[in-house]
Ligand binder design. Structure first.
Ligand code: UTP
Length: 229
């Protein structure tokens, strides 16, 4: 039987700033190749567009829950773009909830969804779906090449940790921001869920495609692996 694999794909990876649609095409190529031997559940984030909408809505005085709804809408839009790049083996619409994603997975080798409810990011959606499906492994494809001791964009002394336990991940990500549109390497709620469900979580950059391919195929890769160590 094919391995079920949940992948959280950051919107900033699919549509990087100043980037082209070629990023989606390249990532779709890797996913299509992997889908020959794995069943893929892809949870897509809102990226820069979601952050723009959230910032604009905040300036207009919207509350955090309403801003979260903007982020969810953009993540679903990005999910639709990824579906367009994946051809015929993908469930043709973005699943709106976990029941739909699970049911669609019985008939298709790839299922794509975006956000679900206010209060978390698509990393948490990916963790919840992974728990629902009893998968062993979740991959978070993001804009940094792993989890660092502190934010590498702000701290020059930050060091990447290649292997860590769930509690170490929780303590690092819990120091992050609050409110709609946070910029944390992995959502704290997602970290709690992967801990309770003991889901091996691999955090990897989406900019190094060869390394991403290795991660998906469970080969040695550059990034962070979180497990019950
Ligand atoms: P993302 O999942 O894209 O957040 O959701 P991110 O991790 O900041 O972005 P990437 O990894 O670059 O794509 C964007 C925002 O949408 C709302 C939250 O406000 C989140 O910060 N959101 C998303 C929800 O409220 N619920 C969801 O299920 C998903």
């Amino acid at each position: 039987m094919k391995e079920d694999l949940v992948i959280s794909v950051g919107g900033s990876i699919l549509l990087p700033e100043g980037g082209e649609v070629t990023n989606i095409i390249d990532i779709a190529g890797i996913l299509l190749e992997a889908a020959r031997e794995k069943k893929l559940y892809l949870v897509v984030g809102g990226g820069r567009t979601a952050r723009d909408y959230i910032n604009w809505g905040r300036k207009l005085g919207a509350n955090e829950a309403a801003l979260d709804e903007l982020g969810i809408a953009v993540s679903r839009l990005n999910a639709r773009l990824l579906i367009m790049a994946l051809g015929k083996k993908v469930y043709p619409v973005a699943a709106r909830d976990f029941n739909e994603a699970v049911t669609a997975g019985n008939h298709y080798s790839m299922v794509v969804m975006g956000g679900t409810h206010p209060g978390h990011t698509t990393d948490a959606v990916a963790a919840m779906l992974a728990e629902r499906l009893h998968v062993k492994r979740l991959i978070n494809v993001t804009s940094v090449d792993g989890v660092y001791t502190s934010d590498p964009r702000k701290d020059p002394d930050a060091v990447r940790i290649d292997e860590m336990g769930y509690d170490e991940l929780l303590s690092i990500v819990s120091k992050g921001e609050r409110g709609a549109g946070p910029n944390i390497v992995f959502d704290p709620l997602a970290a709690k869920i992967v801990k309770r469900a003991n889901i091996i979580t691999q955090i990897v950059s989406g900019y190094d495609l060869d390394n991403l391919r290795k991660t998906i195929h469970d080969l040695d890769f550059v990034g962070t692996t979180v497990s019950a160590i």
